[in-house]
Every structure is written in C-alpha cells, then in structure tokens.
Design a protein. Sequence first.
Length: 164
Amino acid sequence: MKISDSEIKDSYEELKEYYETYLAKFGVKLPILKRNKVFTEDALVLVYLYKHFQKPVTKEELTDFLAHYRDRSNDVQQARHLGQQKGWYIISGQRKDNQCKIYGVTPGKYSLISLKEPYPGFTRLRRGFDINEESGNQLKKIINIDVQLVVLLKMSLIYNILMF
C-alpha cells in the first residue's frame, strides 16, 4: 500500500495535533517528518499505524510500506521503538501486551491503540535526565572513576586476603 506524500503530510499533521494536545505533556516523542527532504522511517511507520488505527498491522506490511519510500529493510523495529521507547500507545503481539486479544494483535503484529494516552508504563523520566554532550562526558568520567575505585577495592581485598 502506497500513500501519497500529501496524505502522509496531512496524517502527520493530525498526529501532531493529538500529540500537542494529549501526549507531549507525558514526554512522548513525536518523530521528525522529514530529514534531508526524505520521510523518516519513524514518521512513516506512525502514519501507517494511524491509517490503520486500532487494527492489527503485520511487520511485513510495515516493511512493504516503507519500501515505497526508503531502501528495503529486513527488520523494521520502528513500531516497537515508537511504543516502548518513545511513548506512543502501540501494542505488540510479540510482547503480548494486555489489549492484544481485544484488538486481534498476534505475534508479528502491531496496533496503534490511543492518541490520547501514552504507552502504559512509559515515563519520560526513564533516564532521569536528558543526556547531552556535556552531561554525557560527565557521566563517562563518573563511570571511569567508579570502575577505577572497584579495581582498587578488589586489589585491596585480594591483598588483605593474601596477607592474612
């Protein structure tokens, strides 16, 4: 199934309205529509699921749909990532989410369930903070110090064991 560029843009704008009204406050991430004048995979998958709202969509359907706009991928992961990592209420038959039976979602299938609620259990505070370059470098320093401390403690423990 191919969707016209204008229909993709219109659907994305509708999704964006729902996002701004209901989902942004929960920290749900809205995918970028285009990068370098090309539709992003995340945006395409979200639009496709939206066009099939509350209906099961197979991974193969998503792969075939994406192939109309991008190089063919063997393993489309966007639906799973949009749900658990970015907060969209997308259920997965593979995860056996609670509503799978209600919506007929079996393993290998996904469904966008709500545009007013985030994925259950999703929290924007998963990390506790956003990592930018500066905080990432600080985190690396802390981890490096912790690793060095652990090595020193192990060496000290071994020394004490050997000495007694």
